[in-house]
Ligand binder design. Sequence first.
Ligand code: PMP
Ligand code: GLN
Length: 361
Amino acid sequence: MSQLANQYGAINLSQGFPNFPEDERLIKISENILKENIHQYTPMAGLPSLLEKIARQTEKEYARKVNPNTEILITAGATQGIYTAINTFISHGDEVLILDPSYDSYEPSVLVASGTPIRVSLNDDYTPNFNKIEAAISPKTKMIVVNNPHNPTGKVWKALDFENLETILEKHPDILVLSDEVYEYISFSQPHISFNTRDKLKHRTIIASSFGKSLHVTGWKVGYLIAPENLMQEMKKVHQFLVFSVNSFSQHVISQYLNIVDFSEISKMYLRKRDLFQSLLKESRFELLPCDGTYFQVVNYKSISDINDVDFATALIQKHGVAAIPISVFYNDHTDRQMLRFCFAKTDETLIAAAEKLCRI
Ligand code: PMP
Ligand code: GLN
């Protein structure tokens, strides 16, 4: 969709990345660091100062003490972290529960590992359906993937959701949790509940996060995993021969930047953008679904057209100059639900210009 948007000169609210200028302080640190002797491999698990800062941040945010030497791994974006986690623990015939709809990288990672993805539908309001989750568990189930806040729906898990999962998994002590928390700092309706705080499950949970999302630098591709040492040791064996280590420059810059960045500003900034985008679209014929986290707004266009979402999204670019992602691509069965996902991680000017076009449809 980004490619098609570029081809037609459309405003790109499809792929999830910010288009506003980066923090001047991050640029300054980058310029200064370039001149230093930082251009060779970092240690395999990551730059020690960055690992320490992540440990400090995790303690500050979630009151969890993690050992920077043994429980954190810097990855080439959350994507590589997720791939590494799945390919470390999943082998032929192992089943992995993936909620439906979901972000697109989990299922292919399971397939590459010769595992079997088992898709479990969310409820109509995108809350997890614990009856279905429990029914999907078999003796082959090795892992469940949880993504909270959720891409594409913007749904966030409540404390009760965690409790329900804990009750089910108590009966299955060998099932691992892979928790994709890349939007941990973009939660509007409540403070983010991290698996870092879930004492009943954290000993068997791998958490993936992304500085691409948290620091608005998606192209830098720096993320990290947090997991207990016994799991981390195994993941490091895969990581070592997948990338060995992540690019040194970004790690050095991020490590310094973490001394000054205020993560609490991120949700505030995106909340304002969500509200702006929602208020602008009130005049349109799109129906807005609730968005409690992430920087994605889901809409349905049932009162505008009955064509399928892929065709609608294509026409939206070609005829109306705005790009979105059709929601069907996030579903296992690709069934059309006449819905689109818009990314509002954009300048106010971009959002206003896009909304003007969308209100004319
Ligand atoms: N998980 C989710 C839910 C995402 O939306 C994304 C996309 N940014 C990723 C993982 C991948 O993150 P990264 O860009 O750090 O690889
Ligand atoms: N996570 C981003 C999204 O959902 C994009 C990442 C990608 O394009 N692979 O739009």
